[in-house]
Design a protein around this ligand. Structure first.
Ligand code: C5P
Length: 414
């Protein structure tokens, strides 16, 4: 292994910038490669907004596994290449970087999937002259909060030890080569568990910003140590790129093209033209709930005598899960309007197209709603007895995403 990777690490545990960080601030004229990776939705939408915001001319390599961009004209406008797999992106990044005597890399990733990030960094930092200038990490969704919820039961000493051990493991993982046997022989880590100490230690090694869905969760006394650990490296995720009018017409158009809304005026028109109150039902795929259950829940919420207090809405709209294969069956059962299931829900938030009322089945998407938005109801799997043990519910209650009387369970609709 050459020396590049060693200079990238800060073995110190204080917060002073290391040599690598200082170098990264004075290297604006050298070749810069931007890399965008994600396997979920929220980080992809945020990365799209960040691309439109910066309008940078740097070459970009993109691998958005759920929402790939295939439009060649758009890609060329962005100076970007899109990849169908992370592995092909890694290979291409290395080929490009090997041709440069000096290069800096800015990576936009998904915080929860630190493994994808570490595989990429392990490879590019083995190339001489390559430096990681900045990591912009965006929450996967609710996953980071579920990990924090588990972590907060540790004592302060255990939490502190966990963060230190995790940092050492991350360094060891990054220093190991691709070959598992050689990694094992050189006693380099083979494992990077998906846990707090793997996902929140990047700033000890590289300049990093963690873009958090709900930064206010760090105010919880039980995780005050994590708040101190991350101090100054976190930012609240923004949803107002479009609504605060900071985007020019060109930036707005770029963003719409990236999210696949070819004519955004259509969406805006339907929202402004029909002022009757609208309820949007959030559907899920079969791993969470059957179509029959979802049909029963909707019927219940419309009935005067159901478990859910009766809904008052003139129009019913169904927003199916992008990967559910029975969305049409539910739409037909209640003759609902359809919001295209492939449109990521977060896009509705960004484009100011939220319905007046919404509710539905359990999903991480409720985390992204504006703080003052009132959800009518959410139906979770299982029964009332699960309320205390259900981490997602407890986090939602703590963050005031929903109040307890608006929470229902699948077994109430049998
Ligand atoms: O429900 P789940 O946690 O799997 O949601 C993951 C992502 O899928 C959300 O962040 C959202 O982008 C998308 N989704 C959606 N419409 C739904 C459910 C999920 O757009 N009805």
């Amino acid at each position: 292994m050459n020396g590049a990777i060693n200079t990238a690490y800060n073995d110190k545990t204080d917060d002073k910038p290391n040599d690598y960080m200082l170098k990264s601030t004075i290297s604006d004229s050298i070749f810069t490669l931007e890399i965008y990776i994600d396997r979920a939705t929220l980080p992809t939408i945020q990365q799209m907004a960040m691309i439109a915001e910066s309008m940078s001319k740097h070459p970009k390599l993109i691998c958005w596994l759920r929402h790939p961009i295939t439009d060649e004209k758009l890609l060329s406008q962005l100076n970007a290449t899109s990849f169908a797999s992370l592995e092909s992106l890694y290979q291409s990044a290395c080929s490009i970087l090997r041709t440069k005597s000096k290069a800096q890399v800015i990576i936009f990733g998904n915080t929860y999937w630190s493994k994808d990030l570490s595989r990429l960094i392990r490879r590019v930092t083995q190339i001489s002259g390559v430096m990681i200038k900045q990591l912009e990490l965006i929450d996967d969704g609710a996953s980071e909060y579920q990990k924090m919820y588990q972590w907060e039961i540790l004592s302060a000493a255990e939490q502190s030890h966990d963060l230190c051990a995790g940092l050492n493991n991350l360094k060891s993982y990054l220093k190991g080569g691709e070959n598992r046997v050689i990694r094992a022989l050189s006693q380099r880590s083979n494992k990077l568990p998906r846990c707090i100490s793997s996902i929140f230690n990047w700033h000890r090694l590289f300049p990093t910003t963690y873009h958090m869905l709900r930064m206010d969760y760090l105010e919880k006394p039980e995780i005050s140590l994590l708040k101190v650990h991350l101090a100054g490296r976190t930012k609240q995720i923004r949803w107002d790129y479009l609504s605060n009018a900071s985007f020019s017409a060109e930036q707005t158009s770029l963003f719409y093209q990236m999210v696949g809304l070819s004519d955004p005026r259509n969406m805006a028109k339907s929202a402004t033209e029909d002022q009757r109150s609208k309820f949007m039902f959030i559907g899920v795929g079969s791993t969470i709930a059957s179509s029959a259950l979802q049909i029963r829940v909707i019927a219940d919420s419309l009935s005067e005598t159901g478990v859910i207090p009766q809904l008052k809405a003139d129009r019913l709209q169904f927003k199916g899960h992008p990967f559910a294969d029975f969305n049409q069956e539910i739409i037909q059962a209640h003759k609902m309007e359809e919001m295209r299931s492939t449109i990521p829900f977060e896009t509705l938030i960004m484009t100011d197209n939220l319905p007046e009322k919404m509710g539905g089945m359990e999903s991480s998407l409720y985390f992204s709603l504006p703080h003052n938005y009132q959800i009518e109801y959410i139906v979770f799997s299982g029964s009332k007895q699960d309320l205390i043990q259900n981490a997602l519910i407890q986090i939602m209650l703590y963050l005031n995403v929903i109040s307890q009387e608006r929470i229902f369970f699948a077994d109430q609709f049998n």
